[in-house]
Design a protein around this ligand. Structure first.
Ligand code: SF4
Length: 265
C-alpha cells in the first residue's frame, strides 16, 4: 500500500449521517482493507485505487484547532470514510491529537472503529463529557474476520477494548454490521453474550448492502473460499428475510437487558 503524507485544507465537513453534525477523517484510505467496504462507492472511487493508497493528513490537528474557534458545537463522527485507529495511527497519532483539540473545545464525539488501538487514548476519551466509543463487529468467527477484514484487530481484542470502556462512564456501543451472512440464528446468543459481557449500552444492527460493483469484487476476491463467496454475494431478497429473523431474535434475546437495539440508518 502506497502511503503519502499530505496537507489538508479543511478538517471538519458537514455530515449527512443521522446523529452526526460533522465528520472528521484524519486519513484517506484504510489499512483494514475490508472486502465489503462501502467507502469507494460512497466516494465514487475505483476500489483498486482507494484500496492501494493511503493519505496521511499530517496537518489536520492544526487545521482542526483553527476551525474549532469558529464552528458551532455539534457531534463529530470520527471517522466516517476511514478507520481513525488503523495501524498507521500508532505512528502518526493524528486521531489522538485531534481528540485533544476537540476536548479543549468540548465538542461531543462519536468514535467508530474496528481497532483495539482506541484503548491507547482512554486517558483523553474518559475526560469528555459527551463521547461514544462504537466498535464495529460483524462476526465472532476469527477465521472469517482474517479473510474479510485482514488489517483490523482480532475480535477478542476489540471486545476487550470495549469492555475497558464499558467499565468507565463513556457510552459504548457495537455496530453489529454488516452482520456476516454466514451467521446462523443458533450462533446469535453466543455473540450477543459477548456484547453483554462487554457492558455495551447500545447495539446498532445492519445487514450487508450490495453497493454497485461490490458483488463482483467479493466474488473475485474470495475465489479460494467458495462457501464464503456464496454467502457474501447472495441475492438481497434472501438477505432481507434472513435479516428480519436475525433482528427479531436479537430484540427478543436482549429484551430483559438494559441494552438498546437500533437499526442502522
Ligand atoms: S474499517 Fe471501515 S473504512 Fe476501513 S476498510 Fe473496513 S469498512 Fe472500510
Amino acid at each position: 500500500m502506497n502511503v503519502e503524507e499530505i496537507d489538508c485544507k479543511t478538517a471538519l465537513s458537514l455530515s449527512k449521517l443521522p446523529g452526526l453534525t460533522y465528520s472528521l477523517n484524519p486519513y484517506s484510505g484504510c489499512q483494514h482493507q475490508c472486502i465489503y467496504c462501502y467507502v469507494p462507492s460512497v466516494l465514487h472511487l475505483p476500489k483498486e485505487i482507494w484500496a492501494s493508497s493511503l493519505k496521511v493528513k499530517r496537518n489536520i490537528p492544526f487545521i482542526l484547532a483553527k476551525e474549532l474557534q469558529k464552528k458551532k458545537p455539534g457531534i463529530v463522527g470520527l471517522s466516517t470514510v476511514t478507520d481513525p485507529y488503523q495501524p498507521l495511527e500508532k505512528t502518526y497519532q493524528l486521531t489522538r491529537y485531534c481528540l485533544q483539540q476537540l476536548l479543549k473545545k468540548e465538542f461531543p464525539v462519536c468514535i467508530q472503529t474496528k481497532s483495539s488501538l482506541v484503548l491507547r487514548d482512554i486517558d483523553i476519551i474518559t475526560r469528555f463529557s459527551q463521547i461514544e466509543v462504537m466498535m464495529s463487529i460483524g462476526t465472532d468467527d476469527e477465521s472469517h474476520r482474517r479473510i474479510l477484514e485482514p488489517g483490523s484487530s482480532p475480535i477478542s481484542e476489540r471486545l476487550k477494548a470495549l469492555k475497558a470502556y464499558g467499565e468507565t462512564k463513556v457510552k459504548t456501543s457495537v455496530f453489529f454490521g454488516p452482520i456476516y451472512p454466514t451467521i446462523t440464528i443458533e450462533q446469535l446468543p453466543r455473540i450477543l453474550d459477548s456484547f453483554i459481557d462487554a457492558h455495551v449500552d447500545e447495539i446498532m444492527i445492519d445487514m450487508l448492502h450490495m453497493k454497485p460493483g461490490l458483488q463482483q469484487h467479493i466474488k473475485e476476491t474470495l475465489t479460494d473460499n467458495p462457501q464464503l463467496s456464496k454467502a457474501f454475494s447472495s441475492g438481497t431478497s434472501r438477505d432481507k428475510e434472513w435479516f428480519t429473523t436475525i433482528r427479531e431474535t436479537i430484540q427478543r434475546y436482549l429484551k430483559h437487558t438494559d441494552i438498546t437495539v437500533v437499526d442502522a440508518f
